[in-house]
Every structure is written in structure tokens, then in C-alpha cells.
Design a protein around this ligand. Structure first.
Ligand SMILES: Cc1ncc(COP(=O)(O)O)c(C=O)c1O
Length: 387
């Protein structure tokens, strides 16, 4: 191992770059989580995080990754054998489906092409056919991190309402929260699942459930076994500004700082910044003559872009080259997409020059790997950012 000068470019779609302010906020001695200082911190972050989810309902924070928060959403609201409607939008939607099956739920998993999002029309017809209301929940991934496709949560809500179906709406916002417009209350979402290491600019280690009133009511009769993930002791302790078990104290210091930063920039400006960087990235991809995996422009993700490798070229060999030559990590293709795509993360703590640096790394790596492409992608992105 030898020292590599300059900053590593972490351009995967999460974990994202942790800003210096957040790192500094966490670099403090761990405090007594049953004392007054923690009490203030806990109350502050519990209130602050609601503004990011755009909810007035409680947000439960677990010391966990996003997968834990998925499990919490299911076990708190559902009972063994309950029917759930899910959509195969990509790798993460498939993992959530596998979890639901393992937990003993009866899942209708609507097949997908891994290039497009949830079709509200299918939600509507599936629910319209369910006259007995045996489907208890619709669970969807807002931003499919494996494909760079963003589904329309508001459209799915409207589809559920059009047929007057009482199913709960559970939404994974793991790679959209704090990056792409999201509104828990306004869109009538019952449980929103999130985590720390993407738009919130924190290291991994916090999982979130925003819990709407209908989900809260469902948790009173839900019978899937739960203990650690049980919302009720957490929400009860949170009311007093504490947690029922040892929290990830230093991550909460980081969360307080990250919330401040997002609000200083303004959440709507944060979303606009992500939209702009995503557009610049897609213009570069187009100029290279490569194809974006997402097949519907209205579903393009603002937090990442998955780029298809030309036939006969291995996306992972290309990624290895980018790492060796330019110290840049790009996202790998997951399961079905292994070797076929690479993903450029453009979410979290990013500015124009970081993005241009990342795109320059991609363009130079395309040259080095002799991947057939046209030049000028970076120039296209630069021109767009100058507009
Ligand atoms: C959309 C989505 N859902 C779920 C997960 C799983 O989260 P974790 O790896 O933090 O458990 C990820 C991870 O990247 C994700 O992107």
C-alpha cells in the first residue's frame, strides 16, 4: 500500500461522501444516552428529521442499515399470510420481496424489466380485482438504486385512492430521501423507509421509519413476530426524548449537523441541485454515445445514472480500471445487471466541479479501456452546467 495523494472519488450511489462538517460533529466523546445532553439532541433530531420526510407523524430511528428499516416496516404492520403487492423494479425491490416471503407474507410480485418503475395502472387494476380487500399493503421502492429509475409515488397513491382500496402504502426512500422530492404526508404514505448513508450524507448505521396514523393503527393488531423492531417502545421513549436501548449516539450528532446543512441550503434547492447534476450526467452519457439504463425519461433518477456497457465490454473491468488509474469508485451492476452496467452516483454532498471531475474520470477510463464511444461528454456536461 502506498499513499495516494488527493481525494478519493466516491461516486457510488451510497454510501455517499460524508462532508467535513458532519465528520467534525461526530468526532466528540460519546455521551450518556440517559442524560440531559442526549435528551436535547434526541428531541432535536426527531423533530428535524420529520421535516425531511415532510411529515408530522413520528419517525422511528434504528441503529441499523436500510434493510433493518425494511423489516421494521413489514413486521409492525402485517400478519403471517397477509397479501402484499410488490413490483420487480430491480435488485433492491427483489431483496425486499425476498424478505417479505421469508417473513411469511404472501406476495404478488409484479414482474418488471429493470429499466422502468412501478406502473400505477397495474396497481389500480390489481387492487380493483381484489374486491375482498385481501391485499393488506402495497410496497414499492421510490428510487431503485440498482437501475437509476424513480417511480411515481403520488401516482401510486392516486391509483389506490381511485379504487378506494384500504391497503397500506409502504415506500422505500433509501436513495431518494434528501435528494429527490418526497412528501410522506401529502402523498398519503403509511410507512416511509429511509437510511443514513445516502442523501443524508452520513455514514451507514441509521435506519428510519416514518409512521403515519394508519400504519400506527395497523401495528396494534399486526401479528408478525417483532421485538427489536417494535415501534411502540421506541415511540413511547421518544416522546420523552429518549430511546429504549443504546442509540447510535455519535451518528445522531452527525444527523443533527446534516439536517442543519440541508436546511441551510434549502430542501427544494437540494432537489434542484440533484436534478441539475443528473441532467448534466445524462448529457455526458448521450454525448459518449452510450445508453442510460432507465428507459423512460419521466422516470430518470436524480440521484444516480446507470450506464449500459456496449456488448462485449465488462462494466466491472472498466470500474476496476477507473479505481486503479483515477482513484474513483463507481457503482457496480447488481445481480441481473452484473458486468452490464456501471452506476454513477451523483447524490449527497456534491458540487459542479465534483461532478465534472467524476465525469472526466469516466471519460478517461472509457478511453483507456478502449470502450467504443465518442468524446466530448464532459464538455457537454460543462456546457449544461453553465446555462
Ligand atoms: C433502494 C435501496 N433499498 C434498500 C437498500 C438496502 O439498504 P442497506 O444496504 O443499508 O441495508 C439499499 C442499499 O443500497 C437501496 O439502495
Amino acid at each position: 500500500m502506498s499513499y495516494k495523494s488527493g481525494r478519493h472519488f466516491l461516486q457510488i450511489p451510497g454510501p455517499t461522501n460524508v462532508p467535513y462538517r458532519v465528520l467534525q460533529a461526530m468526532a466528540v466523546p460519546t455521551i450518556d444516552h440517559r442524560g440531559p445532553e442526549f435528551n436535547n439532541l434526541c428531541k432535536e433530531v426527531l423533530e428535524g428529521v420529520k421535516r425531511i420526510f415532510k411529515t408530522s407523524s413520528p419517525v422511528v430511528i434504528y441503529p441499523s442499515s436500510g434493510t433493518g428499516a425494511w423489516e421494521a416496516a413489514l413486521v409492525n404492520t402485517l400478519s403471517p399470510g397477509d397479501r402484499v403487492l410488490m413490483f420487480e423494479t430491480g435488485h433492491f425491490a427483489t431483496l425486499w420481496y425476498n424478505m417479505a416471503r421469508k417473513l411469511g407474507l404472501d406476495v404478488d410480485f409484479v414482474p418488471g424489466d429493470w429499466r422502468s418503475g412501478v406502473d400505477p395502472g397495474v396497481v389500480e387494476s390489481k387492487l380493483a380485482d381484489d374486491r375482498g380487500h385481501s391485499i393488506k399493503a402495497v410496497a414499492m421502492v421510490h428510487n431503485e438504486t440498482s437501475t437509476g429509475v424513480t417511480s411515481k409515488v403520488a401516482g401510486v397513491r392516486q391509483a389506490i385512492d381511485r379504487v378506494g382500496h384500504p391497503a397500506l402504502l409502504l415506500v422505500d426512500t433509501i436513495s431518494s430521501l434528501g435528494s429527490i422530492d418526497y412528501r410522506h404526508d401529502e402523498w398519503g404514505v403509511d410507512v416511509t423507509v429511509g437510511c443514513s448513508q445516502k442523501g443524508l450524507m452520513l455514514p451507514p448505521g441509521l435506519g428510519f421509519n416514518a409512521v403515519g396514523p394508519k400504519a400506527s393503527a395497523a401495528s396494534e393488531t399486526a401479528r408478525l413476530p417483532r421485538s427489536f423492531w417494535d415501534w411502540s417502545p421506541v415511540i413511547a421513549a421518544n416522546r420523552e426524548g429518549f430511546t429504549p436501548y443504546t442509540p447510535a449516539t455519535n451518528l445522531l450528532f452527525g444527523l443533527r449537523e446534516a439536517l442543519m446543512m440541508l436546511e441551510e441550503e434549502g430542501l427544494e434547492n437540494v432537489f434542484a441541485r440533484h436534478d441539475r447534476h443528473a441532467e448534466a450526467t445524462r448529457r455526458a452519457v448521450k454525448a459518449w454515445g452510450l445508453e442510460v439504463l432507465c428507459s423512460k425519461p419521466e422516470e430518470y433518477s436524480s440521484s444516480l445514472t446507470a450506464v449500459m456497457m456496449p456488448e462485449g465490454f465488462d462494466a466491472d473491468a472498466f470500474r476496476r480500471l477507473a479505481l486503479e488509474k483515477f482513484d474513483m469508485s463507481l457503482g457496480t451492476g447488481l445481480t441481473k445487471l452484473k458486468g452490464k452496467v456501471f452506476r454513477i452516483g451523483h447524490l449527497g454532498d456534491l458540487n459542479d466541479l465534483t461532478l465534472i471531475g467524476a465525469l472526466a474520470g469516466v471519460e478517461m477510463s472509457l478511453d483507456l479501456a478502449a470502450v467504443p464511444h465518442s468524446g466530448g461528454g464532459v464538455a457537454e456536461a460543462m456546457n449544461y452546467l453553465l446555462l
